[in-house]
Each structure stands twice: as C-alpha cells, then as structure tokens.
Design a protein around this ligand. Structure first.
Ligand code: GLN
Length: 225
C-alpha cells in the first residue's frame, strides 16, 4: 500500500475537488482551487454580460491556469467565448487539459505553455489571473498542508506582488482597446495592487470585490489608454 506523507491535503489524496459546481481533478502539480476564486469567475461572468453582444466572440486569457478550473468554469458559463489558458508548468497543463477533456471542452480551450505572456500572441478582451501571491515572509506562517502545493503556484516573490507587476506591465500588448484585467488578490494586498495598477497609467480600477470574510479579494480593471 502506498504511504501518504503527513499533511498531504485531502484533495490530493482523493484526487479531485469541486469548483463552481464542477468536478476538477487535482494532483501535486497544481494548486487546489479555493472557494474564493469562484468570486473571480463570477466577476468575469458579470463583466461578460455587459460586454456582449460584441462584434466578435469574447476572447479571454486565463494566466496561471493550474488545474484549468477558472478556464473551465468560464467556458461553461459564457457561450461562444474563446479561451486561451496558459501556465509555465507543463505538468500543470497536463492536468488542465485532462480536466477540460473530462468536461467535453477540449475544443473550446486552447492550452499554451508560457511564462506569462512569453508564448502568447493574440489580443484579448479579458485577461483573468489568480497568480501566485504569497510573499516570502509569509511562507513560514503557512499551514503545512499548503506547503504541499507547488511552490511555483504560490511564490509571488519578495512582497508577493511580482506577478501583478509583470502582468500589468505587459497586458496592454495583449488586450484589445478598452480591455480588462481581473485579478484575485491575497489578504492585505489591495492598496499595493491598486498602486501598481494606477502607476502604470494604462488601467483604472473599476471595482474591488470582497470575499465572504470581508477581505478585498477581486480587482476589476479597465484599460483606459
Ligand atoms: N488558476 C488556478 C486557481 O485559481 C491556479 C492558480 C495558481 O497556480 N496560482 O486555482
């Protein structure tokens, strides 16, 4: 019998979890989808209703897709959208591809291995991301179970904000005019992320949404120039 390492999250042991009502397979190569991230999906869905009908199908990029949870929930929720989902980890993409296949969505989601925008050529209406956002000093306070998740999916650099800076800097090259970036954020990061977004001069904050614990959790931005 295979022994289970102490502090292995239950989702890795049983091999799946639920996200937005969909069964999502997980293994140690992907972050376990969290309930808070459903709020990010809801924010993209709400935005999509205000953007449609457009002259074209909505083009959405899911950066750091992990298990593919966000891409899958969005594809199920928005008819006719086109989704590109990327991750730096080939192992994570394998999990995401297989999840899309199990939900009959392989033909609607294009998976691309990419370090953020590196291999992304298209322009999108919406960029959505739940990037790694744990700051270095927070690692020692994390639950032991969380430390079983892939470091690549957690580590946001010294202050946890590296990915927000990189995505905000490069996003104008990958958005259609007037496009949007939607991020999930970590506890206490809202004001710093607001500064990053506004300092670049290309985006304004349209809305910040709180989670069930009254923590700022989702930021919705709009490209202004
Ligand atoms: N997109 C996945 C999620 O939201 C993975 C995120 C990540 O790896 N940082 O759960």
């Amino acid at each position: 019998m295979k022994t289970i390492e102490p502090f292995t999250p239950i989702q890795y042991i049983i091999g799946h979890t639920e996200f937005c009502g969909f069964d999502i397979a997980v293994n140690k190569d992907v972050l376990i989808p969290r309930p808070e991230t459903e709020l990010l999906v809801q924010a993209v869905l709400d935005l999509s209703y205000t953007l449609q009908p457009t002259s074209h199908n909505l083009n959405i990029l899911d950066l750091c897709t992990g298990s593919g949870n966000i891409a899958i929930a969005l594809t199920k929720g928005i008819s006719d959208c086109r989704i590109v989902a990327s991750d730096i980890s080939q192992d994570a993409l394998e999990v995401a591809r297989s999840n899309a296949g199990r939900h009959g969505l392989s033909y609607r989601i294009e998976f691309i291995q990419s370090d953020l925008f590196l291999n992304i050529k298209d322009k999108f209406d919406i960029i959505v991301s739940n990037p790694p956002y744990i700051a270095q000093f927070e690692f020692e306070t994390l639950q032991k179970e969380v430390l079983k998740e892939p470091i690549l999916a957690l580590d946001g650099g010294e202050d946890g904000l590296d990915f927000y800076r990189k995505i905000v800097r490069s996003a104008p090259d990958h958005l259609r005019p007037g496009g949007h970036i939607l991020f999930e954020l970590g506890f206490g990061q809202a004001s710093e992320i607001q500064k990053i977004i506004e300092a670049g001069g290309h985006f304004k904050i349209a809305e910040i949404r709180k989670d069930f614990n009254d923590i700022d959790r989702v930021v919705i931005t709009k490209w202004i120039n």
